[in-house]
Every structure is written in structure tokens, then in C-alpha cells.
Design a binder for this molecule. Structure first.
Ligand SMILES: Nc1nc2c(ncn2[C@@H]2O[C@H](COP(=O)(O)OP(=O)(O)OP(=O)(O)O)[C@@H](O)[C@H]2O)c(=O)[nH]1
Ligand SMILES: [Mg+2]
Length: 436
């Protein structure tokens, strides 16, 4: 097994850089670069030297993290040195000059942790999400997963299923002896249904988790010149979209992620809806409609200084009516649209509050953990289907019920990564950065 190393902290230059090593040569690497390792898991200030020339490379903290009590389960070490390109390069060069050490691939440390049974697949997925988390709600969801809340539930379900299978096996063995009653007790089927219900209720959290990962999708829709792009720029606090007083300025759908008090929200600015002969604008309008249909919420904007135009409903997507340019309006509006002015800022706090409330409604769950990925949901659905058969068709041969329970256990195993995972792993580790 190769020893791997990588820069695990962010791109240089940075105050401090963390270079990570994992594998059988980790201890020797520490020894030749910074002297005999100190006590495990205690940082020591050392001079780092080129093992061949003895040149001083830098001074920094060295951590010796012997396996199996390490992240990967192998012998590991970390150099915390100054975060310049040159220092990082020099230390990495000193390591990879050895024939038994090479640069790690993306996610390779995590892959070793998985291979050594340190983490299951759901914990890895939690880690991947944690590294990519941009808002507080995303962080919380990822931490639950990374800390093994789902793993624990899966392990318990699996244990219970194995007990139930054992109960059948015992009866199958006895059934050759005629005087033994081989019927399963009612309690057996109660157990099966109760596991099925727990898995089904966990599956119900998938919608929430999906929103947390992708953010609440809010499409800004309305007639040309309603002030859509101006609002987007104001909320994004950047000049993202071109604003002019020409009708039909925006053509492409522009996407801006926002963090609303921890809730992830993605705003979509779109082309103004109208009849037009321009081929480009028509394509823009087609995309605007699509963005509206795929949104969780549509902000229907109209120029509040002009007459009221009724919004066209967009499928079943909830709609919030917004009257813009209220700084120009001379009379009170005749409908109950939310009054805003991107120019003076009036009404924007209220708008943000409504967006946050909508996000909170779709992203709040009482569950201890959430099903966060389609992969997990697919496997859990197959578990529910197998348990449905086992619970609802008790009058079948014991072998068939045993087979349903085996399929359910396999489904659980697919979620936690005990079986059938090579393709999933390759995709997942691609999401990690090098050094994790
Ligand atoms: N006074 C005032 N003018 C505004 C306000 N919001 C937008 N405008 C002006 O309205 C005009 C159109 O604004 P845009 O943001 O480009 O409108 P849009 O809805 O994106 O238009 P299209 O991209 O063409 O569909 C610009 O001249 C803006 O400066 C506002 O709150 N107050
Ligand atoms: Mg625009």
C-alpha cells in the first residue's frame, strides 16, 4: 500500500498550510524530515529539513497520528507549516521524492477511511456535504450525517432484520420435524411493520433535505422593465445583471445564491414576459417560464407606478405578488401586492423576511436525521417495498418471507455502503477535494 500525501488546507498563500500523510511510511517521513515523532496526537514545534541536504525548509507543528486511531485508520502525520506556495512545494517535494510516497488523489484519504471501516457511506456523504456547506442549515444537516446519526439508525434496523431472519431460519430447520408448530407469531409481523414504518417515515424527510442541499429556488418573473434585474442586484448587493430602461434587457436566466440567516436561497432573474418577434428574446422568455415552473416560489413583479396587471398562474408554484418602484407611485395600489422600491430600499426587509419564512417552512424537520441523497432514498424505497411484502403477505411459505427480509437487509447495506458500492464510491470521491 502506497503512502499518500497532500496539501489538505486551502490554496496558498495562507497563514498556515496543513500537509497530510497517510500510510505505512508516515512515521519514517516524520522522522527524516522533523526528527523522531513525539507522543501520539500531541503537536510539537519542529524544524522541517530536506532529508537529503539537511536544508531548513520551515519551522512548524508536527502531529504524529498512529493508526488505527486515525482518520484513515492508517498511520498518519500532519505538518502545519507556513502557507506559501514555496514552503508547501518544498515539503511535498521532500515527501514525494521517496519511492514509497506519492500525491493523493481527490478524496483518497476518505476512501481509505471507508475501506478501513472508519466511516460508512452515509458518513462520507455527510463529510462531502460538510466541506461544501455554505449556510448554517446546510452545515447542521451535514454534521448530523457525518457524525453517524443515519449510520446508527441503519445499524439498528439491520440488527433487527437479522434477528427476524434468524427466527425464520430456526423454524425452517425445525419444519422437517412434523410435531413442531412452524407458524410465525403475530409479533413477528408487528416487528416487520414497525421497521417498515420507521424506514418510510425517514424517507419522508428526503424532500426537506433536498431543499437544504440545493436551496429554495425563487424565480423573479414579470413584464419587461418591471425592475426584476434591479431587485436581483439590490438583494445580491452586487451588479450581477444589466439594468437599462429598455424593455427586454435580460435574456439569459441569471442565478444568485444567497444565505438568508442560514437558509440557502437561490434567486433567478429572468427575461420579461411579453409577445415579441425577436428570436433571442423568445428563447429568453421560454427559459424564464421554465425557471418559473421549476421554482419553489415565484416573485411576480409588476411596475407599481403603473396600472395593475394580473399575474398568469404558473402551474402549482406558489406566487408572491410584488409591486416595484413604489418611490414613483402616486397613489396607493389597488391590490395587496408587497410594495417595494429597489431604489430607496423600502419593503425589502419585508420581502427578505417572507423569503426566509418560505425557506424555513420547507427546510425544517423534527427528525433526528434526514435522508439527503437520491441514492439513499432509492435504496430505502426498495427496503420499504420488501418489508411491505413481508408484512402484508404472511400466508406465504417461510422461504419467501425470508427472501423479502434478505432483500430488505441488502437495501440497508446499500445505503450504508456494505454492498454494491463501487460505482457510487467513484462518483462520491470525485466530489471531494484532494487532501480530504
Ligand atoms: N425609480 C425606480 N426605478 C426603478 C426601480 N427598479 C427599477 N427601476 C428602473 O426600471 C428600469 C427597468 O429596470 P430593470 O431592472 O432593467 O427591469 P427588468 O424587469 O429587469 O427588465 P427586463 O430585463 O427588460 O425584463 C430601469 O431603468 C431601472 O433603473 C425602483 O425601485 N425605483
Ligand atoms: Mg432584467
Amino acid at each position: 500500500m502506497d503512502t499518500i500525501c497532500a496539501l489538505s488546507s486551502g490554496a496558498p498563500p495562507s497563514g498556515v498550510a496543513v500537509i497530510r500523510i497517510s500510510g505505512p511510511a508516515a512515521r519514517d517521513c516524520v522522522t527524516v524530515i522533523s526528527g523522531e515523532p513525539g507522543p501520539p496526537r500531541k503537536a510539537g514545534l519542529r524544524t522541517l529539513r530536506d532529508p537529503e541536504t539537511g536544508d531548513v525548509l520551515d519551522q512548524g507543528l508536527v502531529l504524529w497520528l498512529p493508526g488505527p486511531a486515525s482518520f484513515t485508520g492508517e498511520d498518519c502525520a500532519e505538518f502545519h507549516c507556513h502557507g506559501s506556495r514555496a514552503v508547501v512545494q518544498a515539503v511535498i517535494n521532500a515527501l514525494t521524492k521517496r519511492s514509497d510516497v506519492r500525491l493523493a488523489e481527490a478524496g483518497e484519504f476518505s476512501r481509505r477511511a471507508f475501506d478501513n471501516g472508519k466511516l460508512d457511506l452515509t458518513e462520507l456523504e455527510g463529510l462531502a456535504d460538510l466541506i461544501q456547506a455554505e449556510t448554517e442549515v446546510q452545515r447542521k444537516q451535514a454534521v448530523q450525517l457525518a457524525q453517524g446519526h443515519m449510520r446508527l439508525a441503519l445499524d439498528l434496523w439491520r440488527d433487527r432484520l437479522i434477528d427476524l431472519r434468524a427466527a425464520i431460519e430456526a423454524r425452517l430447520d425445525f419444519s422437517e420435524e412434523d410435531d413442531v408448530n412452524v407458524d410465525l407469531p403475530l409479533e413477528f409481523f408487528d416487528q416487520v411493520s414497525s421497521i417498515r414504518n420507521e424506514v418510510a417515515s425517514a424517507l419522508g424527510t428526503f424532500g426537506v433535505a433536498e431543499r437544504v442541499r440545493s436551496g429554495l429556488r425563487v424565480a423573479i418573473i414579470g413584464a419587461p422593465n418591471a425592475g426584476k434585474s434591479t431587485l436581483l442586484n439590490r438583494l445580491a448587493k452586487r451588479d450581477v445583471a444589466i439594468v437599462t430602461d429598455e424593455a427586454g434587457t435580460t435574456r439569459d436566466v441569471l442565478e444568485v445564491p444567497m444565505d438568508l440567516d442560514g437558509y440557502p436561497v437561490v434567486l433567478f432573474d429572468t427575461a420579461g414576459l411579453r409577445e415579441t418577434d425577436s428570436v433571442v428574446e423568445r428563447e429568453g422568455i421560454r427559459r424564464a417560464r421554465l425557471a418559473a415552473e421549476q421554482a419553489d416560489l415565484v416573485l411576480w413583479l409588476r411596475d407599481g407606478s403603473g396600472p395593475v396587471d394580473e399575474p398568469a398562474p404558473i402551474g402549482s408554484v406558489p406566487l408572491l405578488q410584488v409591486a416595484t418602484k413604489c418611490d414613483l407611485a402616486e397613489t396607493e395600489p389597488s391590490d395587496d401586492a408587497l410594495q417595494i422600491s429597489a431604489k430607496t430600499g423600502e419593503g425589502l426587509d419585508e420581502l427578505l423576511l417572507r423569503l426566509k419564512t418560505a425557506a424555513a417552512e420547507t427546510m425544517t424537520s423534527d427528525a433526528a436525521w434526514l435522508v439527503t441523497r437520491a441514492r439513499q432514498a432509492d435504496a430505502l424505497r426498495s427496503v420499504v417495498a420488501s418489508l411491505n411484502d413481508a408484512a402484508d403477505k404472511p400466508d406465504r411459505p417461510l422461504e419467501m418471507i425470508a427472501e423479502d427480509l434478505r432483500a430488505a437487509t441488502d437495501g440497508i447495506g446499500r445505503v450504508s455502503g456494505r454492498i454494491d458500492v463501487e460505482d457510487v464510491l467513484d462518483r462520491l470521491f470525485g466530489e471531494f477535494c484532494i487532501g480530504k
